[in-house]
Design a protein around this ligand. Structure first.
Ligand code: BGC
Length: 271
């Protein structure tokens, strides 16, 4: 295990799904800076993924970009095979790829429902399963980490906060909560840790409409007791810590990184 506090993930190998933008980009760069070699997965933006790879290399890290649709089993198999071939093994999975396809409930198409569930929830299942297979194959290597592997699921405050107009997304995140906890319970005896980060409103392309105008941002800030929108780095710092041995006794937990969004801020002034 690493003894350098600035590089807690030294010599570890990581895969970040959806690593070419937003929270995934922030996590990939932070993991690289913390000493991990990083496979940066993307779906449709190779140029963006290469930009993230370049940022990690500039900071002295090792990285490469890899295309896969996480909802497709064959793509996921190929992505893990290539990552393990290049890195030798895998220690950390950041199960991050996700999307929104919003619609009023009565207008939501089956296609919108299925797309969001298959990327956000089935994608996390497929990637976690491949990661666990590699962790079990290789087993514990005490010089590298106290754990045989770490999985961090990117959830959302909407694993607990209902969200009108976004039932597919909220259902996918509620599903991630039980996927993560059930995996954590099953895999703890094998020294595999599984946890979630539940971000609140983080300034990324997925929620541009919620922050790009002054009026939208003012409305959004009413939901955030801390009084600011989050940045990808807020999430990335939690991801590095959850991936490191600093959090070795934590498994099955969801860490809300949300500026207090889950504190029912409406009740501060009424109720
Ligand atoms: C969603 C964002 C939203 C945030 C808070 C996230 O999971 O992807 O669009 O701003 O939750 O509601």
């Amino acid at each position: 295990m690493s003894t350098d506090p600035n590089r807690p993930l030294q010599n570890q190998k990581a895969l970040v799904t959806g690593g070419s933008s937003g929270i995934g980009e922030g996590c990939a760069i932070a993991l690289g800076t913390a000493g991990a070699a990083v496979a940066v997965n993307y779906h449709s933006s190779p140029g963006e993924a290469e930009r993230v790879v370049a940022a990690i290399r500039t900071a002295g890290g090792e990285a490469f970009a890899i295309k896969a649709d996480v909802s497709k089993e064959d793509d996921v198999h190929a992505m893990f095979a290539e990552t393990i071939k290049r890195f030798g093994t895998l220690d950390i999975l950041i199960n991050n790829a996700g999307l929104q396809q919003d619609a009023p409930f009565h207008e939501m198409t089956l296609k919108q429902w299925e797309r969001v569930i298959s990327v956000n929830l089935t994608g996390q299942f497929l990637c976690a399963r491949e990661a666990v297979r590699e962790f079990l194959r290789r087993g514990l290597v005490p010089e590298i980490s106290r754990a045989a592997g770490k999985i961090i699921c990117m959830s959302s405050v909407h694993e607990v906060i209902p969200w009108a107009g976004h039932v597919n997304y909220a259902a996918s995140k509620g599903g991630i909560m039980q996927l993560m906890k059930s995996m954590a319970q099953e895999l703890a005896p094998k020294k595999i840790r599984v946890n979630s980060i539940a971000p609140g409103a983080i300034k990324t392309p997925i929620n541009r409409a919620a922050w790009e105008t002054k009026e939208a941002l003012e409305n959004l800030l009413k939901l955030i007791p801390d009084g600011r929108i989050g940045e990808p780095e807020d999430i990335a710092r939690a991801a590095v810590w959850l991936a490191s041995d600093q959090s070795d006794y934590i498994t099955g937990a969801t860490i809300f990184v949300d500026g207090g969004m889950t504190l029912y801020p409406g009740f501060a002034a009424s109720g």
